[in-house]
Design a protein around this ligand. Structure first.
Ligand code: ADP
Ligand code: F6P
Length: 319
């Protein structure tokens, strides 16, 4: 193994830069040449590659986003697109590829691995929706960002005695909402993995008002319902003064938390080690804090859901 490449793909996540830095530094430490691919698979197909020096990843461990840019590409999902990418990797004599992204990105990584390019995936997405993984890079920061926002919203909710509906990201997964709801002291948390009835949400709100509470916060995962719809329903069916906040992309930005920096550093270095050992077609992750490598097929076929234990706890504590 002489030359490896790294790219980021899918939605950006805080900590992707720390992972890129770890790949570049660990690669060079081990005598490898490291190439950066810009704009994910679409840049790979277009041959957007450049050599990464130690200095090229200086001063990025604390920055959100990704210096390699990221993209989503429909063309790369086709066999023709994958052949194009394969040809670019061969042309640049790349002996191994590291892909930082979510499960969609790993499907692309698996396709390249099957074409004969040793490929390792690093889970980078705020959604925390990847199986066989304690946490994905970016999740911790996104949750902290959303909690910070909710703490601020709570001030206004208290002052005006209002009900706030806060919609958070997560695509089809409820992890962000669940952690934000529990840590932010929400009255209700609506996630796609647990069916809910609006009548029950209203009953809980009325119960808390009856015991003297003057404001409420309801956290809604975007995959469970639209925050605007929930707000409209509450306005139409209760006498509460309701406001809706959709947190949106602020959850994707900002300086990565120490946890995300450490996770990214650990997984980036481990991914390089695996390529050097001739491993391919696997995702690196941590399980109980220890690094592990899991076949992409296992990642794709293992069911996952957020902790129902935490969901139960959030419900109990919102009494
Ligand atoms: P994430 O990696 O965060 O899940 P996406 O699902 O948008 O994000 O996937 C990112 C990119 O990975 C897609 O734009 C596409 O180029 C590639 N990709 C997704 N699914 C596949 C697939 N089934 N086969 C090949 N490439 C894929
Ligand atoms: O996968 C990360 C994520 O932020 C999801 O939570 C969200 O559904 C989606 O990406 C938004 O994508 P876009 O950046 O294309 O708006």
């Amino acid at each position: 193994m002489r030359r490896i490449a790294v790219l980021s793909s899918g939605g950006d996540a805080p900590g992707m830069n720390a992972a890129i830095r770890a790949v570049v530094r660990a690669g060079i430490y081990n005598g490898l040449e490291v190439i950066g691919v810009s704009h994910g698979y679409s840049g790979l197909m277009a041959g957007e590659v450049s050599s990464m020096s130690l200095g090229s990843v200086a001063d990025i461990i604390h920055r959100g986003g990704t210096i390699l840019y990221t993209a989503r590409s429909e063309e790369f999902k086709t066999p023709q697109g994958q052949q194009k990418a394969y040809a670019v990797l061969r042309q640049h004599e790349v002996d191994g590829l590291i892909v930082i992204g979510g499960d969609g990105s790993f499907r692309g990584a698996q396709a390249l691995s099957r074409l004969g390019v040793p490929t390792i995936g690093i889970p980078g997405t705020i959604d925390n929706d990847i199986p066989c993984c304690d946490q994905t890079i970016g999740f911790d920061t996104a949750v902290n960002t959303a909690i910070d926002a909710i703490d601020k919203i709570r001030d206004t909710a208290t002052s005006h005695e209002r009900t706030y509906v806060v919609e958070v990201m997560g695509r089809h997964a409820g992890d962000i909402a669940l952690h934000v709801g529990l840590a932010g002291g929400a009255e209700s948390v609506l996630i796609p993995e647990v069916p809910f009835q609006m009548d029950e949400v209203i009953r809980k709100l009325e119960r808390s008002v009856a015991r003297g509470k003057k404001h409420s916060i309801i956290v809604v995962a975007e995959g469970a319902a639209s925050g605007l719809d929930v707000g409209k329903y509450l306005t139409e069916h209760t006498g509460f003064d309701v406001r809706v906040t959709v947190l949106g992309h602020i959850q994707r930005g900002g300086a990565p938390s120490f946890r995300d920096r450490i996770l990214a550093s650990q997984l980036g270095e481990y991914a390089v080690q695996l390529l050097m050992q001739g491993v391919s077609g696997k995702m690196v992750s941590t399980h109980n804090g220890m690094s592990q490598a899991v076949d992409f097929d296992t990642v794709f076929t293992t069911p996952r859901q957020p902790s129902l234990e935490l969901f139960r706890l959030a419900d109990i504590l919102a009494i």
